[in-house]
Design a protein around this ligand. Structure first.
Ligand code: NAP
Ligand code: MG
Length: 496
């Protein structure tokens, strides 16, 4: 018998007390007036916890605290090994509080509890451990050069970029904070994290753990608030050196414009419309399970979701039958219910947007194979949906839907499918399903996207650089490249 995960007493207490803003090492109320908002549980649509929301003066205070902690070298002057130990300690604390963090991620963002526990939370801990190692390994280079009759000994060193604002979306707040924060701390930066009001409780809990791990005051500040107010103020702020942003392509464009004032450095992880390409020789059991998980996992609210399916003609009908059987069998339900296989969308308005893109897809001629509707009753559930016989010009094929909606198209040749896969404004990720090594390598070589999997989809790793081609973003996160993104390179020429 499936059962319901019982929320711990610790988490209940956490939800019952309004969280403040983390500024300069202290939890504080908003400065102007008691600005608050309610976070909802998307599985019930009911209020979950009251949040303190930052106003303009709080943003100023958080930026000043970050700036001061950076200029005073409070974090940077610690020995690299001491900073490494702090990052390991954060990872340990995340694991010690894994149950609670997973409960918060489930209640606040609608994730499946097991997925949050073994996916998001475990990943967050791994990311801190991975980046901990960089603290002691940021070496420079050196060389001697000559200019006319002058000789120079030169060295090149990586220095922290300074104060960074980390702006994150609601679909995985803990994991996404971790993958920006860990390299920022390893590089020696001070930060302001702006999570989304729709889901930020796990980030606030992370803030408590950072203080417990001994991260000095002001090095990490956490200020929930709206994108239009708090996010925009950070993006335009002259005392901020860098923005690392994850969110939609439309918001990414706003940030580029706002950041132009002081030409702050930008890393942008934006939207996607990632292809999953299934060749006729693929292991069809593996491919069907992987493609289904790649689009229905997280109810499709995943940036790398494999939302455009291309299947070689010979197996198109058979493969679609398998997939639609798998989609129909998925049990929708709250993430705390252990039998649930797909959770809710984040909000009613987001569900409305998903629903209208599906309707538009059908109006433009796609064939609805399964799903297609919002589920009546409590919570923001939407059926896993497959739109077959889609064509390249359809809105549902071109736009990111960010829901459990797959468009499927047949193809004949590799050339044809590569052209179709590349016919997109986005270039974030994709997958190729085949048993043939040459097909796999030829296809991945010709697809313009930042992260491609062969015979898998949507598996992140802290050591593997991640980011988009085209309008899916600028720069890379994860791996050594994440450290580069939070540092500047300084060259020193010493005349001999
Ligand atoms: P979003 O609306 O762009 O919001 C992302 C973050 O930016 C939120 O914290 C938001 O605050 C804030 N924001 C909104 N307007 C802003 C502005 N003018 N200036 C500064 N910040 C602003 O994206 P979303 O709908 O929450 O998230 C889904 C999107 O994220 C999808 O497009 C998805 O593909 C993308 N995503 C990308 C990746 C990746 O790594 N490439 C990963 C996950 C998600 P509010 O929430 O308070 O408005
Ligand atoms: Mg919520």
């Amino acid at each position: 018998m499936a059962s319901t995960h019982q929320v711990s007493e610790q988490t209940r207490r956490f939800l019952a007390a309004r969280r403040g803003l983390l500024i300069d090492g202290r939890w504080q109320d908003a400065r102007a007036k008691a600005q608050t908002a309610w976070s909802l549980d998307p599985a019930t649509g009911k209020p979950l916890a009251e949040l303190t929301v930052a106003g303009p003066e709080d943003v100023e205070a958080a930026v000043a605290a970050a700036r001061h902690s950076f200029e005073s070298r409070r974090w940077l002057r610690l020995a690299p090994a001491a900073r490494e130990r702090s990052l390991w300690r954060i990872a340990e604390l995340i694991e010690q509080h894994a149950q609670m963090l997973a409960e918060l991620e489930t209640l606040d963002g609608g994730k499946l509890f097991a997925g949050a526990l073994h996916g998001d939370v475990a990943f967050a801990a791994d990311v801190f451990r991975y980046h901990a190692g960089w603290c002691t390994k940021l070496e420079g280079r050196q060389l001697e050069v000559q200019s006319g009759d002058m000789r120079f000994h030169c060295h090149m060193v990586r220095e922290p970029v300074g104060v960074a604002a980390l702006i994150i979306p609601w679909n995985g707040p803990l994991a996404m904070s971790a993958w920006k924060l860990a390299p920022a701390l390893a590089a020696g930066c001070s930060v302001i994290i702006k999570p989304s009001e729709l889901a930020c409780l796990s980030v606030l809990k992370l803030g408590e753990l950072l203080l417990e791990a001994g991260v000095p005051d002001g090095v990490v500040n956490i200020i929930p608030g709206s994108g239009a107010a708090v996010g925009a103020q950070l993006a335009a702020h002259r005392a901020i050196d860098k923005i690392s942003f994850t969110g939609s392509t439309a918001t990414g464009r706003h940030i580029v414009r706002a950041a132009a004032g002081n030409l702050k450095k930008l890393t942008l992880e934006l939207g996607g419309k990632s292809p999953a390409i299934v060749f006729a020789d693929a292991d069809l059991d593996l491919a069907a399970a992987g493609v289904a998980a790649g689009i229905f996992g997280g109810a499709g609210q995943v940036c790398v979701a494999g939302s455009r399916l291309y299947v070689q003609r010979a197996i198109y009908s058979e493969f679609l039958e398998r997939l639609s059987a798998a989609a129909r069998a998925l049990r929708l339900g709250p993430g705390l219910d252990e039998s649930s296989q797909i959770g809710p969308l984040i909000s009613d308005s987001h569900r409305g947007g998903v629903s209208s893109l599906v309707t538009q897809g059908i109006q433009e001629g796609a064939r609805l194979v399964t799903g297609g509707h919002a589920v009546e009753g409590a919570g923001f559930f939407f059926e896993p949906t497959i739109l077959a016989d889609a064509t390249p010009g359809m809105t549902a094929v071109r736009e990111e839907i960010f829901g459990p909606v797959l468009t499927a198209m047949p193809f004949e040749t590799a050339d044809e499918v590569i052209a179709a896969a590349n016919d997109s404004e986005f270039g974030l990720a994709g997958s190729v399903w085949t048993r043939d090594l040459s097909t796999a390598l030829d296809t991945t070589a010709r697809i313009r996207a930042g992260l491609l999997w062969v015979n898998a989809h949507g598996v992140p790793h802290p050591a593997i650089p991640f980011g988009g081609y085209k309008q899916s973003g600028w720069g890379r996160e994860q791996g050594r490249d994440a450290i580069d993104a939070f540092t500047e390179l300084k060259s020193v020429m010493v005349r001999l």
